[in-house]
Design a protein around this ligand. Structure first.
Ligand code: ATP
Length: 220
C-alpha cells in the first residue's frame, strides 16, 4: 500500500491542491492520498477559519474521489501541529505501508526549521512539487545543509536517496496559480471564487460566512 500524506492549512482547500494531489497520485501510483489540515502551524500566521471548518471543506472537496481521504489527526491534537508527530503516528499505525509526504517546493525550502526534521526523512519518502511562481527545481542545494550528507543522488531514479532507504522525488505539476490567500481575499471583497474551489466548498464558505471578517483581515 502506497499512501500519500498531504499536509497544509487548507484555508480553504482549492482546485490547485486537488489537481496537485491527482497528478501526484497518478505519477507515483499511490493507492491513497490523505489530506491533513493542520491545527496551529508553527511557522505561519493563525489560520483565518477554524480547524473544524477547514476539515469539513476538505471532506466536501474530496468526497467524490475514492482515492482521497481526510485525516483529523492534527486538528484533534492539542497545541501546535508538528509533522514529525503526524509521521510517527502514521508510521506506527500503518507499519507495512510505504509513506509519501507531499509538499510544495515553497514549504520544502523551509524544512530545515521544522521540528526534528532529520528524522522526518527516515519516516517517509518526500514528493516535492512545483508551485507556480517558484522556479526552483529539486537540487542538492534545496536539502537542508545539516541533512545533505545523508543523501546521495540516484540518477537512475532521478531522486535523492536517504541513508535510511527513503527518497526525495521532485514532480513538476501543471501550473495552477491559485492560492488560498487569494481566495480569502476575493471572498472578503465580495468577488466570485467559482471554479477556484469545488462548488460544495464555495457553498460552504457562503453558508458559514467564512473569510468575510476574518481575524487576519480584521487586523489589516
Ligand atoms: P496560503 O495562500 O494561505 O499560504 P496555500 O494556497 O499555499 O495557502 P496551503 O494549505 O498552505 O495552501 O498549501 C498546502 C500545500 O499545497 C503546500 O505544500 C503548497 O505548496 C501546496 N499548494 C498550494 N497551492 C498550490 C497550487 N496552486 N499548486 C501547487 N501546489 C500548491
Amino acid at each position: 500500500m502506497k499512501i500519500g500524506l498531504f499536509g497544509g492549512t487548507f484555508d480553504p482547500i482549492h482546485c490547485g491542491h486537488l489537481r496537485s494531489a491527482e497528478e501526484v497520485r497518478e505519477a507515483f501510483r499511490l493507492d491513497r492520498i490523505i489530506f491533513i489540515p493542520t491545527s496551529i502551524q508553527p511557522l505561519k500566521q493563525d489560520s483565518a477559519s477554524a480547524g473544524a471548518d477547514r476539515l469539513k471543506m476538505a471532506r466536501l472537496a474530496t468526497a467524490d474521489n475514492r482515492a482521497f481521504g481526510v485525516s483529523d489527526i492534527e486538528v484533534r491534537r492539542p497545541g501546535k501541529s508538528f509533522t514529525i508527530d503526524t509521521l510517527r503516528a502514521f508510521a506506527a499505525r500503518r507499519p507495512k505501508a510505504e509513506l509519501f509526504f507531499i509538499i510544495g517546493m515553497d514549504a520544502f525550502r523551509e524544512i530545515g526549521r521544522w521540528k526534528d526534521f532529520q528524522e522526518l526523512f527516515a519516516l517517509a519518502n518526500f514528493i516535492v512539487t512545483s508551485r507556480p511562481g517558484s522556479r526552483a527545481t529539486m537540487s542538492r542545494g534545496v536539502i537542508p545543509i545539516a541533512a545533505r550528507k545523508a543523501f546521495w543522488y540516484d540518477r537512475a531514479r532521478d531522486s535523492f536517496r536517504h541513508e535510511s532507504g527513503t527518497r526525495i522525488y521532485f514532480l513538476k505539476l501543471t501550473d495552477i496559480a491559485i492560492s488560498a490567500s487569494e481566495i480569502r481575499e476575493r471572498v472578503k471583497r465580495g468577488k466570485s471564487v467559482r471554479y477556484l474551489v469545488p462548488a460544495k466548498v464555495e457553498r460552504y464558505i457562503g453558508r458559514r460566512g467564512l473569510y468575510r471578517a476574518s481575524r487576519r483581515s480584521a487586523a489589516l
